[in-house]
Every structure is written in C-alpha cells, then in structure tokens.
Design a protein around this ligand. Structure first.
Ligand code: AMP
Ligand code: MG
Length: 352
C-alpha cells in the first residue's frame, strides 16, 4: 500500500515536471512599440508564460530608460541635453552613452569617417528639405561644414564631453538600436534566459546555442513583408541598413536617410541595402551604416579588417538588381525565387 502511494506520488511529480518542461520548451514572442512606433520584438525558447511576462516588464523598463538616453527628439533625453549644452560647457554623460560614444569613435576611425554620429545638422537639413519639397542649396550644405565632424567632439578625463564648435549635434540613429538589442540580450541572460532573439526595429541579436533562422527584408518590396532571403546563423547580430526606408522624396526623387559625411549629401550610389551577419549588435549596426556610405567595393576593404562577420550587399543598376553574398554562407542562405538568378557569390576569404 505504502509502495503504491509512493508510486502515485512519483508519477504525479513526473507529470508535473513534464508539463513544466513542455511549457518551457515553447517559443514565446512579445512585441511592443517604443521610439515612436518602431516594433521591438523579443523571442524566448525556454520560458514559462509567467516568467516571460515578468521578463517583458523589465525589458520594457530598460528600453524606456535607454530611450530617455538616446532619443534626441525627446526634449528631456540625455542626448537632447548634450546637444543643447555641449557647445557651451562640458556635459556629464551616463555609462550607456559613454559606451556608445566609445564604439562610435572606434567605428568613425575604422570606416575612415564614413560613420559619423555628428551628422545631426545634415540630417536636420535634409529632413527639412523633404518637408518643404526643395533641395538644400550648395551654400546651406557648405554651412554645416564647421558643425559636422567627430574630431570636434572633445572627451574630458572625468567622463564629460564638449563640442568644439557651436551648433554641433550628435545623432546615434545608426548605432543605438544595435546597442539597445545587446543590452536587452544581456538583461535577459542575467535573468536566466538561455536562448532567444531580441529585435529592435530590424536590428536582431540572437543568443544561446544552436541555429536561428532570420528573414532579410526584400528592398524591392519594402514595407510589404516580402523576404529577399532567409539565413541560418548561430548567435549574434543580423542587422540591415538600407536606403529604401525612412527616405525623403523631393521632386519625385528619393533621398536616403543615410548621409555621406564627406559631401553632406544622402548616399545615392548603386548600393541599396547591406546586411551584417554576426558579431555584436552595436558593432553590426554601426558597420551596416558605414558600409552603406562606403559602397560595395570600398566596403569590402573595410570588411577585410573586421573578422567574424558576413555581409550581404544588394545593388541596383537602373532596373537591374544584384545581390553579393559571401561564398561560405551559401549553405545557410535561401533566396526568394525571384532573386535566384541575381546572386553573385563573392570570395569572402579574398575580401578578408
Ligand atoms: P541605420 O538605419 O542604422 O543605417 O541608421 C541610419 C540613421 O543614422 C539615420 O536616420 C541618421 O539618424 C543616422 N545617420 C545617417 N547618416 C549617418 C552616418 N554617415 N553616420 C552615422 N549616422 C548616420
Ligand atoms: Mg546602423
């Protein structure tokens, strides 16, 4: 009798363990819309519903905190305060901004100035041009000269920054979302999550063992949820930068939201989109934007100096579209049928 009771107890415990294990094995997904409507997605593979709900509460709080640091359109944000005051006196910055600034300095150097978060005045100039529907004049572009240039950001030893010129303005739009994805990954891992994906508006970072499948948006059908390809990859970033999104239209022509700091104009070459696969989110985000500015050929040269990442380039020559994909990634990449005859496999080892 006692033996039977024990057996029943063991069976009940086993059943409960199985139910919990099955519950944890399911894929959970949550999405919310910070930064003025950008979708922020979190996927977890080893959480119960209750655990995941609690995770999401802390994720939202951390993202809101980071928005208060990096959103320069928030008048109360740390970045707005820096932009307002750093021309006058040194401004103290927090640890999050200090890390993004340090990475920005590294990428500014590595990209030969193509990545430059001091393009703020140019972004404003071109956004305004889009609103009024007229191109800025040569004089207006030239007038930003003294106000753009990462070399004019002065770092003091006590962790404060200052602008050497009046009217300078930092914009972390090209790097902050990658950083925020990294931060949320770290937060989830600290909470005990083993495996998942964090995606801040198309800046995805996966963590944990095994392979993940990522969709890469098709720039020919932007905004229509069509995929150019899917790629299977291990943990790390999959981040796309493209001039098919967030552009302004002036006189029927599209102008990219990515600015070439060397001439003060939106990038307008054949390169339409770049996807960086691998590495940390912050690095991949900065790199994707830098590659958009550099173009494919000079971009390959940059690639040769950054180990551990793979890059996909999508180009458009009038009505002809081409993709440049690294050969080692061939088994992992599945292109949409309409792209199959447009793929060039490049020798990544030669590029490296
Ligand atoms: P992404 O979508 O990551 O390529 O970032 C584009 C955003 O970065 C733009 O909307 C601007 O806010 C900012 N940006 C534009 N051009 C540059 C540049 N050359 N270097 C750094 N940031 C830039
Ligand atoms: Mg970027």
């Amino acid at each position: 009798m006692r033996y039977l009771k024990f057996l029943i107890l063991v069976l009940i415990v086993a059943a409960v363990v199985v139910v919990i294990a099955l519950g944890r094995d399911q894929r959970r997904e949550a999405i919310f819309y910070p930064f003025g409507g950008i979708p922020f997605k979190v996927v977890a593979y080893d959480r119960s519903n209750a655990e995941f709900d609690a995770d999401m509460e802390t994720v939202k709080a951390r993202v809101a905190e980071l928005e208060q640091v990096f959103n320069r359109y928030h008048s109360q944000s740390e970045l707005a305060r820096v932009n307002e005051q750093a021309s006058v006196a040194p401004v103290g910055i927090g640890a999050d901004m200090a890390r993004v600034l340090a990475a920005s300095a590294a990428w500014h150097k590595l990209s030969g100035g193509a990545f430059d978060p001091t393009v703020g005045p140019l972004i404003e100039l071109w956004q305004h041009a889009g609103k009024v529907g007229a191109l800025p004049s040569e004089e207006e572009i030239a007038a930003t000269d003294g106000r753009v240039g990462f070399g004019e950001v002065i770092f003091s030893h006590d962790g404060r920054i200052m602008f050497a010129r009046e009217g300078m303005m930092l914009d972390f739009g090209a790097i902050a979302k990658g950083f925020i994805s990294d931060e949320v990954v770290r937060l989830l891992q600290n909470r005990g999550l083993k495996r998942g994906i964090v995606d801040a508006g198309g800046n995805a970072v996966a963590f944990g063992d095994g392979r993940f499948t990522f969709g890469i948006a098709d720039p020919r059908f932007a905004g229509h949820d069509e995929l150019l390809a899917t790629v299977k990859a291990g943990k790390g970033a999959v981040i796309t930068s493209g001039n098919y999104e967030r552009y302004v239209t002036i006189g029927g022509k599209r102008y990219s939201h990515i600015i070439d700091p060397r001439n003060g104009r939106p990038v307008g070459g054949e390169l339409v989109a770049v996807t960086v696969i691998g590495g940390e989110g912050m690095e991949a985000d900065a790199m994707a934007t830098a590659l958009m500015v550099l173009g494919r050929e000079r971009g390959m040269e940059l690639l040769s100096r950054v180990p551990g990442v793979s890059v996909l380039f999508v180009e458009r020559k009038n009505e002809d579209w081409e993709v440049w994909a690294p050969m080692p990634l061939q088994p992992e990449l599945a292109f949409a049928d309409r792209w199959a005859d447009k793929v060039h496999w490049y020798d990544a080892a030669a590029a490296q």
